[in-house]
Design a protein. Structure first.
Length: 213
């Protein structure tokens, strides 16, 4: 479990493609403190297991499913990546509950600066947009962000300067892809409410009334 509060930006040192997986080696500092083999680190929103490490870097094996669903397969040496260690029970939770289980990749449709603010809009697939609510939380490339506005399938967030400058958001461009993780609580609620419904994958106003809402 993570919070979506990025601890540092690492730099990709090496990308070794193997059959069915890719070995990524990433230079880092802060996230190596207290980290051991088998620990989890969130890389660009994707939970990965440390397979090797030294005092300046760590390596992970990114498997086929993550390569298919996320942007990790697009990384090249020199790319910057957001990094966060797994949450400790005694830590403050400044963001929201992030699993590091990416739902899909989404394209950036808008990235603009206006009067000291940065606005980012991404286009969310129809099957994921129902988990997005205004003032709710989403994770983009592992960064916990608050939804400012929803228009159709476009979700806009307003990024504070510290987050924009301290994460890979500052390197993004319109048309690029980002890793999306929607709020797990909404997905659990939908699943529980839909149990026993004829169409277990969908909720409707009629079904909610039937359930007493």
């Amino acid at each position: 479990m993570f919070t979506g509060i990025v601890e540092e930006m690492g730099t990709v040192l090496a990308v070794v493609r193997e059959t069915g997986r890719t070995r990524l080696t990433i230079a880092a500092e802060r996230v190596l403190e207290g980290t051991g083999l088998g620990d989890s680190i969130n890389i660009e929103g994707v939970c990965q297991t440390v397979a090797d490490l030294d005092k300046n870097s760590f390596s992970v094996f990114t498997l086929a499913e993550s390569l298919r669903k996320t942007t990790l397969g697009l990384l090249r040496p020199g790319d910057r990546v957001n990094l966060e260690r797994a949450l400790r029970p005694d830590s403050r939770m400044g963001g929201h509950m992030v699993q590091g289980h990416v739902s899909c990749t989404v394209p950036i449709r808008e990235l603009r600066r206006e009067s000291g603010n940065v606005y980012l809009s991404v286009e969310i697939p129809e099957e994921q947009i129902r988990y997005c609510v205004a003032e709710g939380s989403i994770a983009l490339d592992g960064v916990s962000l608050t939804i400012a506005e929803i228009r159709g399938r476009l979700v806009r967030v307003n990024i504070i300067p510290g987050t924009f400058g301290g994460t890979t958001l500052g390197y993004k461009k319109t048309g690029g892809l980002m890793n999306l993780e929607t709020d797990i609580i909404g997905r659990y609620v939908e699943r529980l409410l839909a149990r026993g419904a004829p169409d277990a994958g969908k909720l409707s106003a009629e079904r909610l009334i039937e359930l007493g809402y």
